[in-house]
Write a protein that binds this ligand. Structure first.
Ligand SMILES: C[S@@+](CC[C@H](N)C(=O)[O-])C[C@H]1O[C@@H](n2cnc3c(N)ncnc32)[C@H](O)[C@@H]1O
Length: 519
């Protein structure tokens, strides 16, 4: 039975295990701690101000996830678009047909061989400035169909005009891939009206979302998800968060931040795993309306562990009222690629994580023409300005995500599925912010002495931050001479005004070398 504000003397109190016990006592009963160590503790003036470490041992959880990946994969029955024979060619041909329909509706004489300057062509088609990248996509689709040849700023119409029957092609596609009917409908809803949306005659977003009737959009998103790697990625994130929540330090709930939560597809996939666990889940998005509707849904469900806020991850989060180092885990599904500079965005997210915290990015990692034709109607798709990194598509491959995460200061980067092949459409990239997690056990024999000392300095100050009181004594419990000398100090420590007249509990922490004998 632990005593509130009891006095606890811990031998080996400055080692990794001793400090972990001390943290537990400080956080649970605000103990008055007497830490005995062979070495003198760093003077109080050197204790580092408490920047809390993450309440998780992310590295172990990540190792565990790697070991479990094959089992999780067996449990998730994937039915992949990439395995559907002829699908990619069907979609590419449809895109070329829509692109041809667009230029013809804009009055371009495709049957006549001629050369046009790219800018003049854009003007002739009345393309709004925000859609010039989507227009480049259309031109590449036309090039694939042999309608144009692209050479720098010159667009040469070849005079070849394939005859496409879009309606017939779509019917044929639906007959061949009925499980993706909604995708073909959404492509038609979007690309079939490019002549209105790219010229500003109608709202591009209104077109994508069905002008008030989001049914096609929602069904298509569900069909695409069901035939992608997303179910596996979600199962992996669930397993990781579950492990982190279970292995959390006792000093408080696992603090999860979701950024760009949007319609809550990832949130909905994760919440069942987190219900009833010691978790605080902060849902954010740049758009207030997404946040409000997530808050409404959580209210209807009676979720008490959720918090909500507006957060633009492409700007400094601290200036938006978020504390640096305030989260143990950050999760994001298809949002980081939608920002103008992924390295800047990841640097912002890095600030929000506690040292030792973990970032989990679920990202579309493979570009495809039909993907650009659908999502290219949104502003976010073309928002990227980091052209050294991204040129034609906002998406990055798994390897590139690893590189940018390291550039932003993360380490221990892992990508899933671990046997990534070119067919992977969505992947998971997990990385850890360097630093010591709260309560991490540091082996005193570690070669990295400075790490041990830094951990000691920050933990000593955290003990007081958690509500404990700390005295330190330098003595070797195995050495009677040194212990006798310490006894002269000990009464002073335990009989300080606040300790006087109380019982003292003693915790003996054997040196790790002794423990290893029994392992
Ligand atoms: C493709 S949606 C993904 C939605 C969501 N993650 C899901 O699972 O349903 C991208 C989301 O990112 C949000 N977003 C775009 N730019 C952002 C930014 N700079 N900061 C935060 N959120 C942003 C959008 O509002 C949108 O909700």
């Amino acid at each position: 039975m632990l005593k509130k504000r009891g006095v606890y003397l811990i031998t080996g109190g400055l080692g990794g295990v001793g400090l972990t016990i001390a943290e537990y006592l400080a956080s649970t009963v605000q103990a008055r701690l007497v830490l005995v160590g062979r070495e003198a503790a760093p003077p109080r003036s050197e204790w580092e101000s408490p920047v809390d470490g993450a309440r998780v041992d992310a590295a172990s959880a990540l190792d565990q996830l790697t070991r479990k990946e094959a089992d999780i994969r067996r449990d998730v029955a994937l039915s992949l678009m990439s395995s559907m024979h002829g699908l990619e060619q069907t979609l590419d041909r449809l895109c070329t047909a829509y692109a041809l329909g667009f230029v013809e509706r804009s009055g371009i004489d495709v049957d006549r061989p001629h050369v046009m300057d790219r800018r003049a062509l854009e003007e002739a088609c009345r393309i709004l400035p925000g859609f010039d990248r989507l227009f480049s996509c259309l031109l590449r689709a036309l090039e694939d169909g042999g309608v144009v040849r692209l050479n720098g700023a010159a667009v040469r119409f070849t005079g070849l005009r394939p005859s496409y029957d879009i309606h017939g092609m779509r019917q044929q596609a639906i007959a061949s891939f009925p499980q993706l009917t909604a995708l073909f409908e959404l492509l038609d809803q979007s690309a079939g009206q490019f002549h209105l949306a790219l010229t500003g005659e109608i709202s591009a977003l209104g077109l994508l979302f069905g002008d008030g009737n989001v049914d096609t959009f929602k069904r298509a998103v569900a069909a695409i998800r069901a035939h992608s790697w997303v179910p596996l990625c979600e199962a992996l994130v669930r397993a990781l968060l579950g492990a982190l929540a279970r292995a959390r330090r006792p000093s408080g709930p696992l603090r999860i931040l979701e950024v760009g939560g949007g319609d809550g597809l990832l949130t909905d996939a994760l919440l069942p795993e987190l219900q009833g666990k010691p978790v605080e889940y902060t849902f954010t998005d740049i758009s207030r309306s997404f946040v409000a509707s997530a808050e409404r849904r959580a209210g209807d469900r009676g979720d008490r562990f959720m918090r909500f806020g507006v957060l633009d991850i492409s700007s400094n989060p601290v200036e938006q009222g978020y504390d640096p180092g305030a989260f143990d885990v950050i999760v994001a599904f298809n949002v980081v690629h939608a920002t103008k500079g992924v390295t800047t965005t990841l640097t912002n997210l890095h600030r929000l994580l506690a040292p030792g915290g973990v970032i989990v990015l679920q990202e579309s990692v493979r570009s495809a023409r039909w993907v650009d034709f659908i999502w290219g109607l949104t502003d976010g798709w073309w928002a990227f300005q980091d052209e050294a990194l991204r040129m034609e598509s906002p998406l990055l491959g798994l390897d590139a995500w690893g590189r940018v995460l390291r550039d932003a200061g993360f380490e221990t980067v892992r990508a899933f599925p671990s046997d990534a092949s070119h067919s992977i459409d969505t992947g998971l990239i997990v990385a850890i912010k360097s630093g010591t997690a709260e309560g991490t056990i540091v082996d005193k024999r570690s070669d990295d002495r400075s790490l041990v000392l830094a951990h000691r300095r920050s933990t000593l100050s955290r003990l007081e931050h958690l509500g404990g009181e700390v005295e330190t004594i330098a003595a070797d419990v195995a050495d009677p001479v040194s212990m006798n000398a310490a006894m002269c100090v000990f009464p002073a420590a335990t009989q300080s005004p606040s300790h006087r007249g109380t019982e003292v509990s003693v915790c003996f922490v054997p040196p790790l070398a002794c423990l290893s004998r029994y392992a």
